[in-house]
Design a protein around this ligand. Structure first.
Ligand SMILES: NC(=O)c1ccc[n+]([C@@H]2O[C@H](COP(=O)([O-])OP(=O)(O)OC[C@H]3O[C@@H](n4cnc5c(N)ncnc54)[C@H](OP(=O)(O)O)[C@@H]3O)[C@@H](O)[C@H]2O)c1
Length: 286
């Protein structure tokens, strides 16, 4: 039995759905108010719990072979913080899994996580990686780059769907290999019951590195017309985006994220999604 923690989220939901589609037995950790109906309808067993409640995690891990966790606090709030969820909550989950005799623990971290990173969630991810590696369980750490669905979706897809101009930050020339939610889910699913994934740190980026100018060009090609773009200086608020996003967009103007992925994708049998494919699908939904 596989426990998916975070299954009511975008990535976690895709992981749980994919495992169920492969005929795996899946348990999902749910909280009061979270909706796991789409998963229980496909045969997932739901267990009530919270990363902030260690006793609930002991119950959730009983009889589990593999834990996959994608849970995070970024889009939540209130009592769910980086400290309570991404740091202490993940530590409690690892400890509960170890105590319950879980054999393999798959953790979704983030590319660039480091204990001295200036952004707290990247520190928490790195500390969780270290705790997991020292747990004695077999581990897999997936470290994805910026998600296409979130970053391209919010920066380009959202204004387009609202009939508004796209706002780009700085010069938009740095290259980033955005990775789709579906592709990260495919790597997580491929890691389960896979001896080759045991005790592996797997950086995951998209199949191509594109600048924001390239991303807009991909949407223009898919739309068959030029699209209105306005520019703001790095560090300036972008209409419609939360502070964390326009601040990160400023940071993205200072480095590139380019990662050769062909070998890793072949090793795990993942066919990667390009930004052009994402753009075509987004415009088809519009
Ligand atoms: N976005 C990016 O560009 C990016 C880049 C690198 C890595 N990542 C990582 O990729 C993953 C993305 O996951 P996602 O898209 O599925 O996230 P999501 O849609 O924001 O969902 C968050 C999940 O975490 C659960 N959760 C939050 N607090 C919890 C708590 N106290 N106890 C139990 N569950 C709790 C939520 O449950 P409820 O529904 O009950 O609230 C939900 O299932 C994250 O680990 C993220 O850090 C993202």
């Amino acid at each position: 039995m596989i426990l998916v923690v975070g299954a009511t989220g975008s990535l976690g939901g895709a992981v749980a759905q994919g495992l169920l589609a492969k005929g795996k037995k899946v348990r999902v950790l749910t909280r009061a108010g979270s909706n796991a109906a789409a998963l229980t309808a496909k045969g997932a067993e739901a267990v009530t719990g919270d990363l902030k409640d260690p006793a609930s995690l002991a119950k959730a891990c009983a009889g589990i072979d593999t834990v996959v966790t994608t849970a995070n606090s970024v889009l939540r709030g209130g009592a769910d913080t980086v400290d309570s969820v991404d740091l202490t909550g993940n530590k409690s989950l690892i400890d509960a899994a170890k105590a319950a005799g879980v054999k393999h623990f798959v953790f979704v971290s983030a590319l660039g996580a480091a204990e001295n990173h200036p952004v707290p969630i990247f520190q928490a991810k790195a500390k969780t990686e270290a705790h997991l590696k020292s747990s004695g369980m077999a581990w897999t750490i997936l470290a994805p780059n910026f998600f296409t669905d979130i970053w391209v979706g919010m920066v380009v897809g959202m204004p387009l769907s609202q009939g508004k101009p796209i706002t780009l930050v700085g010069e938009g020339k740095r290259k980033h290999a955005f990775v789709s939610n579906a592709d990260v889910a495919a790597f997580a699913i491929a890691a389960v019951d896979n001896p080759a994934a045991k005790n592996q740190f797997i950086p995951i980026a998209g199949p191509e590195a594109l600048s924001w100018r390239d991303v807009v060009a991909a949407f223009e090609k898919a739309a068959g017309k030029s699209l209105p773009v306005s520019w703001v200086a790095a560090g300036t608020a972008v209409p419609g985006l939360p502070d964390m996003m326009w601040q990160t967009l400023a940071g993205m103007e200072t480095f590139d994220t380019v990662l050769p992925m062909a070998d890793t994708a072949a090793k795990y049998g993942v066919t990667q999604t390009t930004v052009a494919q994402f753009a075509a699908a987004a415009l088809a939904r519009k």
